[in-house]
Design a protein around this ligand. Structure first.
Ligand SMILES: Nc1nc2c(ncn2[C@@H]2O[C@H](COP(=O)(O)OP(=O)(O)OP(=O)(O)O)[C@@H](O)[C@H]2O)c(=O)[nH]1
Ligand SMILES: [Mg+2]
Length: 216
């Protein structure tokens, strides 16, 4: 059966306001986690941001929270090496993950944090939704597919967020959306709506805030 993927519609005034309020309140760094045993108590729901190295996970958290440097963003792929927890007031934990598909660190180091990433994505009961970030210039790659299959097997709902849309034309946008929608056909854990974002220009940020506030 063909699954129908659409863009998330613009939030209505109520949900937009709810999203605005959640992210206008203080969002604080809680801790960086390097082993499953270090995860904070599972006393509330959480959402996480997953994706290939350099796709823009940390930048997206900065854009959502309107803070330049809350989650460190950098040009150096593989910069986020821990599972970083941020608290919201009355809302979910926001979780910034290390990137996957990064080959330039020592193999042992990469393996260690990829193993942690996989344990986390498949074994966190309070993980309500995984935002899987896909670079709008590149579309879904084999390494993304691997993670998406892991989420299918673990029955964890994921929602695709296209990033860096400011870097492509409207025509390229249509093309990558087709590719992504095609790739998602084989992933039953995929949420049927996609979000197109630019942390640089602000596209999709209010929509994403509203989605996260709506999950709480
Ligand atoms: N033009 C543009 N650049 C972006 C955008 N989002 C992120 N970037 C840039 O992409 C690079 C990587 O961003 P990060 O947010 O550090 O990426 P990440 O996914 O957290 O990377 P890792 O932690 O290494 O996995 C930085 O140079 C950002 O400035 C965007 O929306 N538009
Ligand atoms: Mg990062």
């Amino acid at each position: 059966m063909q699954m129908d993927f659409t863009l998330t519609p613009e939030p209505d005034d109520t949900s937009r306001e709810r999203g605005r309020l959640l992210f206008a309140a203080p969002v604080e760094f809680l801790k960086g986690v390097v082993a499953m045993a270090g995860l904070p108590p599972a006393d509330r729901i959480e959402v996480c941001f997953a994706g290939r190295s350099n796709v823009g996970k940390s930048s997206l958290i900065n854009a959502l929270t309107n803070r330049k440097n809350l989650a460190r963003a950098s040009n150096t792929p593989g910069r986020t090496q821990e599972i970083n927890y941020f608290t919201t007031e009355g809302g979910p934990y926001l979780v910034d993950l290390p990137g996957y598909g990064f080959a330039e660190a020592p193999v042992a180091v990469v393996q260690k944090w990829q193993a942690l990433l996989k344990s986390y994505l498949s074994g966190r009961a309070t993980l309500r939704r995984v935002f899987v970030l896909i670079d709008a210039r590149h579309g879904v790659k084999a390494v993304d597919d691997e993670i998406l299959s892991l989420l299918d097997r673990s029955a964890v709902t994921f929602q695709v967020v296209l990033t860096k849309v400011d870097k492509i034309s409207q025509a390229e946008r249509e093309k990558v959306l087709m590719q992504v929608k095609g790739a998602l056909q084989k992933h039953p854990a995929a949420y049927p709506e996609l979000v197109v974002t630019s942390s640089e220009k602000g596209d999709g940020i209010e929509t994403l805030r509203a989605i996260i506030a709506g999950l709480a």
